[in-house]
Design a protein around this ligand. Structure first.
Ligand code: NAG
Length: 420
């Protein structure tokens, strides 16, 4: 009887202990482990730091999974090389943001290319911004417009607002370098000069006089940081180089075709304004990879195998030179690794001869690589350290064309060809 009681007691205690163990395991796992890339999720908070939660119906993948949301900053792994050895992530029409507030009237009729603020783009590792600037309402505005003119229904906001975001980021991140590529419709004399000065960006300005004119290497990123020359600005208007000291883009940069010709598999033709991609007379190379008409729900598909193959195509078209800038729409949309995995491969190959930058080892000889897990399935540990981004999608990943685009789409189709 007594022994039986003891038995019951100890059994009960064992149960209790197992219960405890189970509970603490549960607690531990919910507190300290997160889903990794490709794990299923219902919100970004289920996923580890730096990851989004999204699906890709365009590829038949309807269940949401954790996807990468941040780039590895290549200088955080291999530092000190000339600027033109690195590949940087660029947002095409960085300002043309879904749900951007309407500051110039009740309606905006245009296409959108991104989904988060420029500040957030920078925090997620974007290092190049394509901005379309226009004279508008006595000021300079960012507009997604046509025929070189901004209208109330194509306007986003005064450019100085976005430039101040860039300034805040450069101040808070003293070793980061940002490139701005302007599609320039500003005719006001010294308009851009005054704009950048008023935004407080002149102190970060990389002077044209230091830019290599004949395809030589750029200064190293270390020199650029030391000299505080951490903002590169390019304009599409040649005369502004002499007039305002703003670098004419295609004097320094090779570029493939933007829009549909740039996503056609198997070929990588140069943009008309650019020298041929295999020209060695310019040492920066910009690769555009986005369709003419941006569709949010298709971006995850575009950012899978087709992009990886096009990187290879453009690399070969440029005579085995890796693009320095990769410009995309909806940069965080993918079926797992997306543009971030491509960026890692590009930097890994150029900086250390490895299949991904995560296999590179600082100080090691070229081609001596660490063994790393398949990049797609490993959790992203953000090695850059100095920034964190918000990684929750603001809206459903399966959203198609924004509804307020339809009047424009239906009635202004002839104009679309002029949209840039
Ligand atoms: C365009 O937007 C500006 C700024 O909000 C406003 O002052 C102006 O009245 C608008 N013009 C038209 C025609 O709606």
């Amino acid at each position: 009887m007594f022994a039986c009681f003891v038995d019951h007691l100890s059994l009960w205690r064992i149960h209790l202990e197992i219960g405890y163990l189970y509970l603490s395991l549960l607690l531990f796992s919910s507190l300290f482990t997160h889903a990794v890339v490709l794990d299923s999720c219902s919100a970004a908070t289920n996923c580890g730091p730096g990851l989004y939660c999204g699906n890709c119906p365009a590829m038949g993948k309807t269940q949401p999974i954790c996807t990468r949301g941040q780039a590895i900053i290549p200088t955080s792994v291999i530092n000190g090389l000339p600027f033109n050895k690195y590949t940087w992530l660029v947002t095409h029409n960085a300002f043309s943001i879904v749900d951007a507030p309407l500051l110039s009237g009740p309606q905006r009729l245009t296409y959108y290319n991104q989904e988060d603020t420029v500040t957030n783009q920078l925090m997620n590792g974007v290092r190049g911004l394509m901005l379309d600037m226009y004279d508008f309402l006595g000021d300079i505005w960012l507009c997604h417009s046509f025929r070189g003119q901004c209208f109330n229904f194509t306007a986003f906001q005064p450019a100085i607002n976005t430039l101040r975001e860039v300034g805040a980021f450069l101040t808070q991140n003293p070793t980061e370098i940002v490139t701005i590529i302007i599609e320039d419709y500003v005719h006001t004399p010294k308009g851009l000069t005054n704009l950048f000065t008023n935004a407080g960006l002149d102190k970060y300005w990389f002077p044209v006089s230091k830019m290599p004119k004949k395809g030589e290497d750029w200064p190293t990123v270390t020199e650029m940081v030391q000299d505080n020359n951490r903002l590169l600005v390019f304009t599409s208007v040649a005369s502004k180089e002499a007039e305002e000291g703003i670098a004419y883009q295609w004097k320094y940069m090779l570029e493939n075709e933007a829009g549909d010709p740039g996503v056609k598999a198997g070929s990588c033709p140069n943009r008309k304004e650019s020298k041929p991609l295999n020209s060695k007379s310019a040492s920066l190379f910009l690769m555009n990879y986005f369709p003419t008409y941006p569709v949010e729900s298709d971006a995850c598909k575009e950012h899978s195998t087709p992009l990886t193959q096009m990187v290879d195509t453009c690399y070969k078209a440029a005579g085995n030179v890796m693009p320095n800038f990769l410009a995309v729409n909806f940069y965080m949309r993918s079926d797992g690794g997306g543009v971030f995995d491509d960026m890692d491969r590009m930097n890994g190959q150029t900086l250390c001869g490895c299949s991904t930058i995560t296999a590179c080892q600082a100080g090691a000889t070229f081609g001596s690589c660490k063994t790393v897990a398949v990049p797609n399935t490993s959790p992203v540990t953000n090695t850059a350290g100095s920034f964190t981004g918000s990684v929750q999608f603001a809206r459903s990943t399966s959203t198609d064309l924004s509804p307020n685009i339809w009047p424009f789409y239906l009635f202004s189709v002839p104009l679309i060809g002029f949209l840039s």
